[in-house]
Design a protein around this ligand. Sequence first.
Ligand SMILES: [Zn+2]
Length: 124
Amino acid sequence: MVRLITHNMLACHVKNCTKDNFPLVFSEVELVIRESEANYDFLRRFMPKLDWPALVDTARSLGDETLPDDQPEEWTDEQLQALHHVLMEMHVEEGNMTCRGCGHVYPISNGIPNMLLAEHEVGR
Ligand SMILES: [Zn+2]
């Protein structure tokens, strides 16, 4: 499965694609929600690594409007739960991730993202 915590780390890696190569844009998504136990300590440690605007945009593109525009400085339990839901419980099982820079499409099938490139797209 592709969770948003993974998606938030993924940039296009096509050769010479360095502009608008993050975040990849989801389309034709089949979304599955799998509830899991929230680990707030983990979330707090992970927060500095997040690209917040990318996370908020991506969550909204998948229909989840729970995250605020700006990352809170003081988190309520309700906000932590919302973050947990977006990062850990939303699973993209099928769909595409498209690079806004070069247009490369990374398909997701049966929960597995295909990050492989054609020979001419590989950097040396
Ligand atoms: Zn690209």
